[in-house]
Structures are given as structure tokens and as C-alpha cells.
Write a protein that binds this ligand. Structure first.
Ligand SMILES: CC(=O)N[C@H](C=O)[C@@H](O)[C@H](O)[C@H](O)COP(=O)(O)O
Length: 220
């Protein structure tokens, strides 16, 4: 999968239950639209959505399951239960929260990564800081991403992509850096790829119409 997405765009097709497009059928059509536009991969949430997407497009999929737990703030593929759900889908890569926060039931990130690898699937680390990306590389993730930058209480919140963080990471990591999070324009995407990102994931700016409509309404 990593060869297929190198230098190319992955489109995240997600709509949670509280979003207007929440529907596996619609996520499948979003994935088809992304494929027709030339996307090299899809990032998707939930077994149901991934099963549908796999029926409609033959692109590699980064799978996640978002689920909240009472004993942890981690919600992106938090435990083995979510990994097991994803392993039934045939997704090529599983992304999981790799932030420096306790996981539900005291589960350990190293155990989850080993388990994913034992099942022949790649593992992507969704991180929020420089240090977390380095630790993810040490643990043995196949690629690391900036997905959660600005979404942990201790990471820097900015409106667009954190170019500075990406540049610092690209300079030191041997593991591919996937740029993800708040890539809101084609210019943002060009910039992260010019910095040396291995690949990039764009979500809301392509697949969340409520977010896209707001960018127009906000200028009025
Ligand atoms: C923080 C979090 O939960 N991010 C999620 C991770 O899968 C998605 O909601 C984002 O859409 C995805 O990361 C792509 O980012 P953006 O939509 O900004 O292009």
C-alpha cells in the first residue's frame, strides 16, 4: 500500500452519526468520486463503511474505528476490539491513536501494533506532537501522521496544517510521514508535498459539505 500512495493523495471519507452524510452508501459514493478524481487511497471509519467502500472501489484503504471510552480520551482505534473489527474488512492499513495518553483498559500501543503486524496489515500512527511521532517510529509503526495535531490538550492549535512540525519531522524520520489534518486547500497540499511528506490525507475539505459550505458562508 505504501508504494501506491507515495507522492499521492488519500481522501478521507467519514461521516459520524451526528453528521448529515452519515451513511455507508454515501461514503462508498464519496470514495468513488475520489477515485474518479485520481485519489490513490481512501481513509474510512467503521467496518460498515469500509465494507461498502471495498465493494465500490479497488483503492487501498486506511481503516479506523472511532469509539469513545469512559476511562480514556483516546477514540481512534483505541483497543483490540476495534482492531479486530477492522481486520475483518480487508483494509490494507489500520490507523490508531498513538498519542502519549493512557488507552482504555490499560492496553498498550506496542501490543496493538504487534497484533496488527501478525495479521499481515500495516499500522499508521496518528500523532499530535514531534515526540509522539518519534516514539511511534521507535515502536515500529509503518508510517506516522500528524492527524491529531491540535486535537490533544497539549498540542499546538492552528487553523491550517502544522507545516513547521511536518518540516521538523521530515528532517529526522526514516519512517514515511503522512501529512494529515486541516489540509484545507490545494495550495496547502502542494506545500506539504513540497516539504517532503510521503503522502497526504485530506478529509473535510473534500468530503464534508457542511464544512465546505461554511467556507463560502463565512465570507458573506
Ligand atoms: C481529529 C480527528 O478525529 N480526525 C479524523 C481522523 O480520522 C477525521 O475526522 C479527519 O477528517 C481526518 O483526520 C482528515 O483531516 P481533515 O478533515 O482536517 O482533512
Amino acid at each position: 500500500m505504501l508504494d501506491k500512495i507515495k507522492g499521492k493523495l488519500v481522501v478521507s471519507c467519514q461521516a459520524l452519526p451526528d453528521e448529515p452524510l452519515h451513511s455507508s452508501f454515501i461514503m462508498g459514493r464519496m470514495a468513488l468520486a475520489a477515485k474518479q478524481a485520481g485519489a490513490a487511497g481512501i481513509r474510512a471509519q467503521s467496518k460498515q463503511d469500509i465494507d461498502e467502500i471495498k465493494k465500490v472501489v479497488d483503492l487501498p484503504v486506511i481503516g479506523i474505528v472511532k469509539r469513545n471510552y469512559d476511562d480514556s480520551d483516546i477514540y481512534i482505534t483505541a483497543t483490540k476490539k476495534e482492531v479486530d473489527e477492522l481486520l475483518t474488512t480487508g483494509c490494507e492499513m489500520i490507523a490508531l491513536d498513538a498519542t502519549d495518553r493512557p488507552r482504555p483498559h490499560g492496553e498498550k500501543i506496542e501490543d496493538l501494533v504487534n497484533y496488527i503486524h501478525e495479521n499481515g496489515v500495516l499500522a499508521m500512527a496518528d500523532c499530535s506532537t514531534y515526540e509522539e511521532c518519534l516514539e511511534a517510529e521507535r515502536i515500529g509503526f509503518d508510517c506516522v501522521s500528524t492527524t491529531l495535531c491540535g486535537y490533544t490538550p497539549y498540542s499546538k492549535k492552528i487553523d491550517g496544517p502544522n507545516f513547521e512540525l511536518m518540516k521538523r519531522l521530515i528532517d529526522v524520520l526514516k519512517t514515511p510521514l503522512i501529512a494529515e489534518g486541516k489540509i484545507n486547500t490545494p495550495e496547502d497540499l502542494k506545500k506539504v508535498m513540497d516539504l517532503g511528506a510521503y503522502s497526504a490525507v485530506v478529509g473535510g475539505a473534500i468530503t464534508r459539505p457542511q464544512q465546505i459550505a461554511k467556507t463560502f458562508i463565512d465570507v458573506l
